[in-house]
Design a protein around this ligand. Structure first.
Ligand code: PFF
Length: 457
């Protein structure tokens, strides 16, 4: 198969794929889940899952992409004609995620503006976040974020995505390490004289909390870790298939997967080192301060920064870091969709980028205005953005992963992937891979689907 233009080498590929993987999921969802799910207990379960389920799904996606040389829709079709439908579902996932991811990217841009152009005080004013997202004018920030993404994607795989990732990812790592160290040195004395330190917060983060553990709780923690893993590694949504199709044949898939996993998990772990100790020190012991989703990032953290010496600078650096992480994820989403449009319609890059940006913008309006002028419309009691998040992550991604496991495990057989990996190196964990893809991963996906359909709705 003739290779398309693509990444210049393994480092470029790994950094771009890690750029897709490292995003707001690492920075706000991972620390929250770790704090909620028993600290070290969650960390251990997550690590085991990364090395098993995550490794299997990521390897499979990349190998499918590189072997077929195609983006998702056509990759599945070329594996088995009748399985084209799986490519179509896979195509829809990044379309949905891209539209709301840009909205969240816009929120982050707004906070950067608050910290860099103002003193950061506005961020802690009453209802700052709510007022912002309920105002229709917030749409402008989303538009800027989307246009920045489109410009990078327009410049192509090597000159756009690879070049930006090679710059952003090392910078991001340095910033995360820097703020994590700062967070560990924090200290405050509460009104009753109790001293709280970042190192105490570190203990909360790392110590496995086994109190009151039951089989049910253990299962719940595992499910949380599994769905986080999915979203975090950007698997089963066509992205890693597309990036795999740009990978050089002479590069090593197995070692690339390990490097991507290490990068992704390290940033998630370090993000916990930033957030858990900082919130622990300044929340006055309120465990609910480590709440889920946007409010942790846009309400709790600004309040923490307000209490710190140099909080305005830390806030600015922090939100800059988040936007860089979100940008490399967003370009992977847009690239996946653009590459499919290019392949399907044989269009050039400019019209493909324009049409994808335009359509994403229109769909994205649902997520933006779902909080303001269209807030009366809800689906299953969810705002548009929450619904898109729910349907893509909890329903479509597990379905895609499950079907991919069946396709590779039982239809085309695991040799389809193994042969591609062994093109230039021995596949060291072939035995584990076979068991995982045929049996363990499908069971995990069924569990996620079951819990999403019957426990969350
Ligand atoms: N992996 C990214 C994160 O953890 O935030 C999010 C993401 C990027 C999800 C790209 C999906 C995706 F297609």
């Amino acid at each position: 198969m003739k290779q398309k233009s693509g990444f210049s080498g393994q480092i470029g590929f790994v950094l771009a794929a890690a750029g897709s993987a490292v995003g707001v999921g690492n920075l706000w969802r991972f620390p929250y889940l770790a704090a909620k799910d028993g600290g070290g207990l969650f960390l251990i379960i997550y690590l085991v899952l990364v090395l098993t389920v995550g490794f299997t799904l990521l390897t499979t996606d990349i190998a499918i992409g590189r072997k077929t040389g195609k983006s998702a829709i056509y990759a599945y079709e070329s594996m088995r004609k009748k399985w084209k439908f799986l490519g179509v579902i896979t195509f829809i996932v990044p379309v949905i995620i891209m539209t709301y991811y840009a909205v969240i990217g816009g929120w982050i841009l707004k906070y950067i503006a608050i910290y860099i152009l103002g003193s950061g005080k506005e961020a802690v004013a009453d209802n700052c976040f709510t007022n912002f997202i309920t105002s229709p004018s917030s749409v402008w920030y989303g538009i800027i974020f989307m246009l920045l993404t489109a410009i990078i994607v327009y410049n192509g795989v090597e000159k756009g995505i690879e070049r930006v990732s090679k710059f952003i990812m090392p910078v991001l790592l340095v910033m995360v390490v820097g703020i994590a160290i700062f967070s560990l040195t924090l200290k405050t004395t509460l009104d009753d004289g109790t001293v709280r330190t970042g190192l105490q917060g570190l203990k909360v983060y790392l110590t496995p909390d086994m109190s009151g553990i039951t089989v049910q709780k253990f299962l719940q923690v595992s499910l949380d870790a599994m769905s986080q893993l999915f979203f975090s590694l950007s698997v089963s949504m066509g992205i890693m298939i597309t990036y795999g199709s740009y990978m050089r044949k002479e590069d090593n898939i197995e070692s690339s997967v390990r490097q991507i996993e290490v990068f992704d998990t390290l940033v998630a772990f370090l993000s916990g080192l930033i957030i858990v100790p900082a919130v622990f020190v300044f929340s006055g012991g309120d465990e609910n301060a480590l709440n889920a989703g946007p409010s942790l990032m846009f309400i709790t953290l600004p309040n923490v920064f307000k209490e710190m010496l140099g909080g305005q600078i830390v806030g600015a650096v922090f939100f800059l870091l988040v936007v860089l992480a979100a940008m490399t994820s967003s370009i992977s989403l847009m690239e996946t969709v653009v590459s499919i449009v290019e392949e399907r319609f044989h269009w050039k890059r400019i019209p493909s980028c324009l049409i994808v940006t335009g359509i994403s913008f229109l769909i994205g309006l649902l997520s933006v205005f779902g909080y303001s002028i269209w807030s009366d419309f809800t689906i299953f009691h969810m705002q548009f953005l929450d619904f898109f998040d729910y349907i893509s992550n909890n329903i479509m991604m597990p379905i895609v992963a499950l079907m991919t496991c069946v396709l590779v495990g039982f239809v085309v057989k695991t040799t389809f992937v193994e042969d591609e990996i062994e093109k230039n190196a021995r596949f060291r964990v072939k035995g584990l891979y076979r068991v995982m893809i045929k049996f363990i991963c499908p069971i995990c996906m069924l569990l996620i689907l079951f819990s999403a359909l019957f426990l969350k709705l």
